[in-house]
Write a protein that binds this ligand. Structure first.
Ligand code: CP
Ligand code: NVA
Length: 321
C-alpha cells in the first residue's frame, strides 16, 4: 500500500486500510511532538495553500504542520493569484507543480479542487469544498479512536445540515464499519449520490447507514454525537430561513441524554453557541471538540508525509482492523 504521489479530494479516495495507515502515522507524529522528538521528514519541501474562503484551523494546522516537519507553506488567497483574474485552473495546477511538492486548496466549487488534482503533477489535498471536507474527518476519526479504541459497531449520530462535513463523515465512518445515523430537516438531507456511496461502504464494511429527519432517533444510544454549522460559508443569503428550519436540531443536554452515558460530542468548528450546540454541551465533560481541533494538526502532518513523493520514514503497521 502506497499513498505517495496520490491526491486526497474525497473521502472515498482512501480504502479502509489506507485510512488506518494515515491514522496510525498520525498517532506516531502526535507522540513524537508531545515527547519533543519531532523529526524533519519534509525538510526542503513546500506546500501551496490556496484559499477561496476563510479558515482558522485548516490554515494554521497545515502551515504549522509543514513548519514542524521542516518544510514551508505558502498562503495564497485566490484573489491574490492570477486565478482570480482568469488564469485557468489547468494552467495554475501545472505551474504550481513546477515549484511546490503539494497543493492544498479550499474552494467553493468542488470541481475546482478536482480539476487541480487532475492537472497537477504533485498531490492535491481538498481543504474543504462545497461537497466534501475529508481532512476534517481524518481528525475526527483519530479523536474517536483515541476515545473508543475501535471503530467497528460504534454508532455516530450527525445532527444538522447534510453538508460537506456530513458527506465526508458518512463515508469515512461507514468505511471503518461504524453505524451512521444522519438527522437533517426535510430538504437538507445529504446529497443523494454521496448517500449512495456511503450506503455501499456501510454494506461493504458491516455497518448501517440511516438517514432520518428525527434527531432523537439518530441520537438514541449513540456513542458519538456530531454537528456542524447550520449556515455554511457561501450560504449567508439563506441564513434567516436556515436558522428557523434547523432550530429543533440543536445538540443540547436533552438530546445528549438520548445517547449512551459514555458518549462523546464532536463539532468540526467554528461553532455558533446557542444555535447548533449549546455552550453547556460544548464545554461539558462529554465534549472532545478541542482535542478534535488539535488533531487536525497531527492527521494533516501524517497526510502530507504520506502523499508527498519520496518522503523517507520508518513505516509501522497500520491500526488493527
Ligand atoms: N473545521 C475547519 O475546517 O475549520 P476552519 O474553517 O477554521 O479551517
Ligand atoms: N460546513 C462548514 C464547515 C466549516 C469548517 C462550511 O462549509 O462552512
Amino acid at each position: 500500500m502506497n499513498l505517495s504521489g496520490r491526491s486526497f479530494i474525497v473521502m472515498n479516495d482512501f480504502s479502509e486500510n489506507e485510512l488506518r495507515e494515515v491514522l496510525k502515522l498520525s498517532q506516531e507524529l502526535k507522540n513524537e511532538l508531545k515527547n519533543n522528538k519531532s523529526r524533519k521528514y519534509l525538510e526542503g519541501r513546500t506546500l501551496a495553500m490556496i484559499f477561496e474562503k476563510p479558515s482558522t484551523r485548516t490554515r494554521v494546522s497545515f502551515e504549522t504542520g509543514m513548519f514542524q516537519l521542516g518544510g514551508h507553506a505558502l498562503y495564497l488567497s485566490a484573489s491574490d493569484l492570477q486565478l482570480g483574474r482568469g488564469e485557468t485552473i489547468e494552467d495554475t495546477a501545472k505551474v504550481l507543480s513546477g515549484y511546490v511538492d503539494c497543493i492544498m486548496a479550499r474552494t467553493f466549487k468542488h470541481d475546482t479542487a478536482a480539476k487541480l488534482a487532475e492537472f497537477a503533477t504533485v498531490p492535491v489535498i481538498n481543504g474543504l469544498s462545497d461537497l466534501e471536507h475529508p481532512c476534517q474527518i481524518l481528525a475526527d476519526l483519530l479523536t474517536i479512536y483515541e476515545e473508543k479504541r475501535d471503530f467497528k459497531g460504534l454508532k455516530i449520530a450527525y445532527i444538522g445540515d447534510g453538508n460537506n462535513v456530513a458527506h465526508s463523515l458518512m463515508i469515512g465512518c461507514a468505511k471503518l464499519g461504524m453505524n451512521v445515523s444522519v438527522a437533517s430537516p426535510k430538504g437538507y438531507a445529504p446529497d443523494q449520490k454521496i448517500t449512495a456511496v456511503a450506503h455501499q461502504e456501510a454494506e461493504n464494511h458491516g455497518g448501517i447507514l440511516e438517514i432520518t429527519t428525527d434527531p432523537e432517533k439518530a441520537a438514541h444510544q449513540a456513542d458519538i454525537l456530531y454537528t456542524d454549522v447550520w449556515v455554511s460559508m457561501g450560504q449567508d443569503k439563506e441564513q434567516e430561513e436556515r436558522l428557523k428550519v434547523f432550530k429543533p436540531y440543536q445538540i443540547n443536554k436533552a438530546l445528549l441524554s438520548k445517547a449512551k452515558n459514555d458518549s462523546i460530542v464532536l463539532h468540526c468548528l467554528p461553532a455558533h453557541r446557542g444555535l447548533e450546540i449549546t455552550g453547556e454541551v460544548m464545554d461539558g465533560e462529554r465534549s472532545r471538540i478541542f482535542q478534535q481541533a488539535e488533531n487536525r494538526l497531527h492527521t494533516q502532518k501524517a497526510l502530507l508525509c504520506s502523499l508527498i513523493k519520496n518522503v523517507s520514514m520508518l513505516w509501522e503497521p497500520s491500526l488493527k482492523s
